[in-house]
Ligand binder design. Sequence first.
Ligand code: 5AD
Ligand code: SF4
Length: 455
Amino acid sequence: MKQSKRYYIETFGCQMNERDSEIMGQLLKEEAYSATDVMEQADLIVVNTCSVREKAEQKAYSLLGRLKKLKEKNTGLIIAVAGCVAQQDGQRMLQRIPHVDLVIGPQKIYDLPSLLQGQKSCKTPEVRTGLSPLFAIPPFLPDVKNGSHFKRFVTIMQGCNNFCTYCVVPYTRGREISRNFDEIVNEVAHLAASGITEVTLLGQNVNSYGQDNAGTELAGLATFPDLLRAVAKVEGIQRLRFTTSHPKDLSETLMRCFAEIDTLCPHLHLPVQSGSNRLLKLMNRHYTKEAYLDKITRLRTIRPDVAITTDLIVGFPGETDEDFQATMALLEEVRYHNAFSFKYSDRPPARAIAFADKVTEEVKNDRLARLKERQEEITVERNREYVGRTLSVMVEGCGRTNGEQWSGRASTNHIVNFAGPSGLLPGQMISVTIAEGGPHSLRGVADVCNKGREQ
Ligand code: 5AD
Ligand code: SF4
């Protein structure tokens, strides 16, 4: 019997890309391709790239460079590049990496099957990029047989209108386009019907969902809080999450959802980027540190157990020691449960590439190390606050040591490693009493085991 063609997908970057890779995998399965984990065995390699930071882009190019050898060995191999680097570099990608066959922008992933057909008849490389403001994410029901059986991502919008001056996303993913409300709810219902219990709604700035409908008959009818409420009504969904939020669009109504929707998990990722008002202005963020802190206070009043995480940039052009100190001070004020911190990198054509007073690599390294060190201490302090508390944990898999060590996630998104009974299944909920808080996770014992010991 003739073996089906095999594909391998390497994904860089954010959860949006992970979801796009899933979609491409599903499209390929419909074309009778099967997945392989071994790149060397693939007939088609898709590199789904991210260009949000220089490092991510370098990683993608470095992998693409290494693929030259595989292509020399297997001339029938098709190499496709998708994602933001593909969109950004287009034709230039073919000059830089001549062994690439297909360059596919984020709005064109649904064209993958037709592009592969094209490769059958003619071996010339093809670039399909382009961003249309009229693009509509196709109604495409996820494949529930493959992938996680208990948690999934659902894309609710693409692109971004904010033009933060350091960020390339509005150029690579285009303007905000919200997906049709009913299609999103249908997709969640389809997932729930197959037993999936946790859903994360995805977009660059989910808080502004529906705002691109201004001026149409849908205006004001479908806001993000409306969507959350509709999705929460889908039977079977036990945990609802969303990411990412822009502080300027975090409304009182959305904050109230954390108290009003039982299944909405008490975790908010709220990127602040800097604690200096001067830099926030230069970054075009449209909020001040004070306004940001007011929202944090309000949210904590509404939902006291909420865990808050953030993104931070050090070494933005013009960042002085004083600006950096303001960011360090913000860490103390908010005491984030976790923070992802990055060194600023130029991302053309984002506006900050032309800003004066670029910070040296040495200063950036020093600031990043200091920020990471302090945040790590705060994270441990925060994690220790959970000691003695009983959390409801969704089992994800076995721990590293043996069958009675498990790993899962609390509703706050903390990773929880715990001793539990054998035979637990991924997706199952279990009560765990926390005994330790470390830098990356919580550790505890499942209540059923504790009770067993007490008897
Ligand atoms: N340099 C460094 N970090 C950046 N980010 C976005 N653009 C840049 C850049 N040019 C970070 C921001 C954002 C996260 C996804 O990546 O912190 O929230
Ligand atoms: Fe980039 Fe700012 Fe949009 Fe986030 S909100 S994707 S940082 S432009």
